[in-house]
Design a protein around this ligand. Sequence first.
Ligand SMILES: Nc1ncnc2c1ncn2[C@@H]1O[C@H](COP(=O)(O)OP(=O)(O)O)[C@@H](O)[C@H]1O
Ligand code: SF4
Ligand SMILES: [Mg+2]
Length: 368
Amino acid sequence: MRDPIQTSPHPEEPRSGVSKDAPAFSVASTTILRDAPDGDPQDEGSRGERATILDVHGASCRFEVSQPWLARVVSRSPRRVLRAVEDISFKVERGTTFSIVGESGCGKSTLARMVVGLQRPTEGSLRFADITRADGTIGPPRVQMIFQDPYASLNPRWRVGDIIAEPIRELKLRKDEGETIARVGDLLEIVGLSRGDALRFPHEFSGGQRQRISIARALATEADFLVCDEPTSALDVSVQAQILNLMVRLQKEFGLTYLFISHNLSVVRHMSDHLAIMYLGRFVESGPAEEVFNHPRHPYTRLLLDTIPDVEKPNRERRPMSGEVPSPIAPPPGCAFHPRCAMAGDICRSERPILREVAETQLACHFG
Ligand SMILES: Nc1ncnc2c1ncn2[C@@H]1O[C@H](COP(=O)(O)OP(=O)(O)O)[C@@H](O)[C@H]1O
Ligand code: SF4
Ligand SMILES: [Mg+2]
C-alpha cells in the first residue's frame, strides 16, 4: 500500500481533487514507492524486455565561443570551444523514466534540446524508434518538451483554452471545433483543473497550476515522449510533489516515456527507472535508479546524495556541496571532478576515467 500524500494543503492545490488517488511521495522522503510502470505488451521483446524508444549514441555538442576573427588576431587569443555535452550514449525504454541529474551548467538542457531537435549534435546520433500506438498506427513517437518556467512558456495574451487547443487545431487531431473544445475540457480535468479554466488567462493561475496547463498542452499533441527540463524547479516543495505525482499518474495512464532532467536528486528519486549522473558534459555514473540510489559508486553521486535531507534520519550530518563546477571551456585534465574529489589520486589528475560496466551500472572513476 502506498503512503498517503505527504504534502501539506497548499493554495496551489488543484480545484478538482485529482491528486487523491495519485501515487504519492514527498520530494524529501527516502523510500521508493513507485510501482513499475505498466507498459504496452506489444512493445516488450520476447524476453519481456521493454522496447527502446530513443537511442543516443556518442552525442556531443560544442559551441564556438571565440571572439570575432579580427579581435582574436589583434589580441592574439586562441579559438575557444565550449564542450557542453561530450560523447554521451544511452537508451530510453518505452513507458519508463530516464532521469539525468547534475549541477547547473553541466549540459543537461543542451542534451534535452538535442533530443527534441532544437540543437544539432556536433557529433554522434540521436534516433527515435518507430512505435505502435494504441490505435494501431505505427510511426516515430511524438516528442514534446516541458520547460522549467511555466510563466515563460505560456502565451500571456491567449486564453488557456486556446493555448491547449492550438496543437489540436494545427495537427487536425479532432474532426471539428466542438470536438476540440470537448478535448480541451477533458485535458484540463485530466491534469487536475476544471473545464471552466479554459476561459481564463495564464496570469490568473499559480505556478503549479501553470505547469499543469503546460502538461495539458503537451498531452494535447498526443505526445508519447516528454522531455521534462527541470519542470518543478521553479515551484515550492509541496507543489513540486503534487506535480510529480500527477506526472507519475499520467505516465501509468497513457504509457508515456519521460526524459526527466533535474539538478536535484531528491526530485527524481521516486519517479526514475534509470538514472544518469552528469558532470561537466559527461555521464559519470548511470544505471537502474534503485541501484544508483542504494549503491552509489561515484564520489560525485555520493556527494549529491549527501545533500538530500533524509526524513528517516533527520539528524544525519549533511555535507554541503563544495566547490564550483569548472568551466567547460577549459575542463581540468584527467578526471574533471578531481579538483573537488576527496578521493583523488595522482592518476586522477592526468588520466580521464572512461565509463566501464560495474555490476548493473556504468561508472567513470579510477577507484569506484
Ligand atoms: N548556445 C550556446 N552558446 C554557447 N554556450 C552555451 C549555449 N548553450 C549552453 N551553453 C553553455 O553550455 C554549458 C551547459 O549549459 P546547459 O546545457 O544549459 O546546462 P544545464 O542545463 O545543466 O544548466 C554552459 O556552460 C552554458 O553556458
Ligand atoms: S577518478 Fe579520481 S577524481 Fe575522479 S571521481 Fe574517481 S577518485 Fe575522484
Ligand atoms: Mg538547464
